[in-house]
Design a protein. Structure first.
Length: 365
């Protein structure tokens, strides 16, 4: 039945047949206006590749500083060192927060921050060591590829040296942030002062070659064009085929409030839920067979839309996101318990599964 209905789209036909989609296929699907069929095709692909489990982790988010040498147009979180509300945590303060997170049941600590112009590599190594010394069982997912590239530039070390030292100090994996959109046409318009798209990809490749696995993300719903989205997905797919180092792909909805794009009236409202669902479905279909975990970030989407996105190709909810400060700075509610996520999944008749950082199953509900 579905095969008959999708006959009008050659790209969708190829997707349902399990073929790898080209740039042109992706562009066709970006322009395809039957979201029901697109979502159904993505959901069939999801079911074939990963089944009916919906995974999530007990994660705690920790931002060690909001001081940043960059000034991204998409960010509401960054501050300059002279700002009254700027902060930088000591490794000891970080360890106390980690201890509190562990007492709440966290199995993973997600650590990111701004590009602080004065912190040494010793600071980041001390952070890893003090956490691992007291909480050896916790997985540390820390520092985006953009941060790693900045550390290397600031400290005059190679990216490989920075990654190796952090791994030796206790780093387990990298989060996927800082990717935004890779295309050189759009990146300067949204990520002023951040590494280029190619530098992000090169940093991730070096991490994967050191057996440091990572997530991957894409920031959408701002001033991008369809070609920027498809370009991004294909570049993620090509690196994954080379290294197999990405754990999951997380499309991130742009949150407008308190950003430069809002203040300069470049945007007046966030993207539609229709577009959110299209991006999740496209992510599933473009990455199918290469990167098979597609995460729905409920913090940005909201829990109700997240449920619908899980029926449009998603198979993961990322995690509980205790203390998520970046989205909170942009006006989003950011906390949830494991019980909340279990109920969210059960309501859509799927199977809730708690996982660890690397998608090993910890508990089935």
């Amino acid at each position: 039945m579905l095969e008959t209905l999708i006959g009008e789209s050659k790209a969708l036909e190829r997707a349902v047949a399990g073929e790898e989609l080209s740039f042109q296929d992706g562009m066709e699907l970006m322009d395809y206006d039957n979201l029901h069929l697109l979502g159904a095709a993505a959901d069939i692909s999801r079911q074939k590749l990963v089944g009916d489990n919906v995974t999530f982790t007990a994660s705690s988010y920790l931002n060690y500083t909001n001081v940043c040498a960059a000034s991204c147009q998409i960010c509401a979180f960054y501050r300059k060192e002279s700002d009254e509300d700027s902060y930088t945590l000591t490794p000891e303060q970080i360890e106390k927060r980690v201890s509190a997170a562990k007492s709440m049941g966290a199995t993973e600590i997600h650590i990111v921050g701004g590009f602080h112009p004065k912190l040494s590599l010793d600071y980041y190594e001390s952070m890893m060591k003090i956490i691992k010394k007291s909480h050896a069982e916790l997985k540390i997912k820390a520092f985006t590829a953009a941060e790693i590239f900045f550390f290397a530039k600031l400290t005059k070390n190679s990216v490989k040296e920075v990654l190796s030292r952090l791994k030796d100090a206790g780093l387990d994996s990298l989060p996927g942030g800082g990717a935004e959109l890779f295309h050189p046409e759009i990146r300067p318009e949204i990520a002023r002062g951040k590494c280029s798209g190619q530098e992000w990809l090169d940093t991730m490749e070096q991490a994967h070659n050191l057996n440091i696995m990572s997530n991957a993300t894409m920031l959408y719903g701002h001033i991008e064009k369809p070609k920027h989205v498809i370009d991004h997905l294909i570049k993620i797919r090509e690196l994954q085929k080379k290294t197999n180092g990405f754990i999951t792909f997380i499309p991130l909805k742009f949150s407008l409030e308190n950003t430069e794009l809002e203040q300069k009236n470049q945007m007046t409202q966030e993207c539609s839920s229709i577009y959110d669902l299209k991006i999740v479905a496209l992510s599933r279909l473009m990455l199918a067979g290469a990167l098979n975990n597609i995460s729905v970030y409920w913090v940005a989407d909201g829990k109700k839309l997240a449920q619908v996105a899980l029926a449009h190709g998603g198979n993961d909810l990322v995690g509980t996101a205790f203390s998520e400060e970046v989205y909170r700075a942009a006006g989003k509610s950011t906390s949830s318990s494991l019980g909340d996520l279990v109920n969210l999944v059960k309501e859509i008749k799927r199977k809730p599964v708690q996982r660890d950082t690397f998608f090993n199953i910890l508990k089935t509900y």
